[in-house]
Write a protein that binds this ligand. Structure first.
Ligand code: URA
Length: 255
């Protein structure tokens, strides 16, 4: 069995946490033999106390998310969730910013350093750039709600892994279901691929309206994928595409 299949099997068995940095082959390891005393009879080893079986983190995330009836309950449930290792390296949960009643929800990738410090999404350089681009079509944070696929900063600003995205998905889906936006904007490849269920790159996915099915909502939500503002900061030549997508968003909002 290759490494990936072995890992998938462990996840299917509910082993969702690494206990050590290095693997331990328990088929090779043997407990040290107790010293035999010549005179005393061997006493039976005490039985280990029975432990309640651990509920897999994915199931706990789903249960917590399903139980949340309001955005505040969801935020508290996410703060109480200790099943995602990212929450132990992040400073705090980054839940959302903006207006949940606006009908428009923007979803990015994961908090960066500034977001982690402030506890708000998109407040660092790429967030400020995004604000300026949205202002050019007349939108500010009273006109939309903004959040991320993953609510804790990955260490060193690395991309969130597939398993971290999957683990946080029940919270994101519940977040969308509670907000009930009329439209979604997916910022960057990770948000677009994860919510559109596609492996295509963002340059293929951007600029076209698609739909996202959200558990608990009767109708799928129209969603527009766009380039991530951090990508635009690195590739200013792509501003033309971004402008086209902003115009498409503005037109949809005017309908
Ligand atoms: N990039 C993101 O995707 N989200 C943030 O909150 C900040 C930067």
């Amino acid at each position: 069995m290759d490494d990936l299949s072995a890992l998938m099997l462990q996840i299917a068995y509910g082993a969702d946490e690494a206990l050590d940095d290095q693997p331990i082959d328990r088929l090779v390891l043997r407990a040290p033999r107790p010293q035999q005393s010549a005179s005393l009879p061997e006493t039976p080893a005490p039985r280990p106390a029975a432990r309640a079986p651990e509920i897999p983190a994915q199931l706990r995330a789903q249960t917590l998310a399903d139980q949340a009836r309001t955005l505040e309950e969801l935020r508290q449930a996410m703060e109480s969730f200790d099943g995602c290792a990212l929450s132990t390296t992040a400073t705090q949960l980054v839940f959302a910013d903006g207006n949940p009643d606006s009908g428009l929800m923007l979803i990015g990738e994961a908090p960066g350093a500034e977001e982690d410090r402030m506890g708000k999404p998109f407040v660092g350089p790429s967030g400020q750039f995004l604000d300026r681009m949205l202002a050019s079509i007349g939108l500010d944070r009273t006109n939309f709600l903004i959040t991320n696929i993953v609510p804790w900063r990955p260490p060193g600003n690395r991309n969130p892994t597939d398993s971290e995205i999957l683990l946080c998905r029940p919270f994101l889906m519940r977040h969308i279901a509670l907000v009930r936006p009329q439209r979604l904007v997916l910022l960057g490849g990770i948000a677009a691929q994860s919510l559109l269920g596609s492996k295509s790159g963002i340059t293929r996915l951007r600029g076209r309206w698609a739909t996202v099915d959200v558990p608990g909502l009767a109708a799928p939500i129209p969603a527009l994928a766009m380039l991530h503002p951090a990508y635009l900061l690195r590739n200013p030549g792509a501003k033309r595409e971004m402008w086209q997508d902003l115009v498409a968003l503005r037109q949809a909002l005017e309908q």
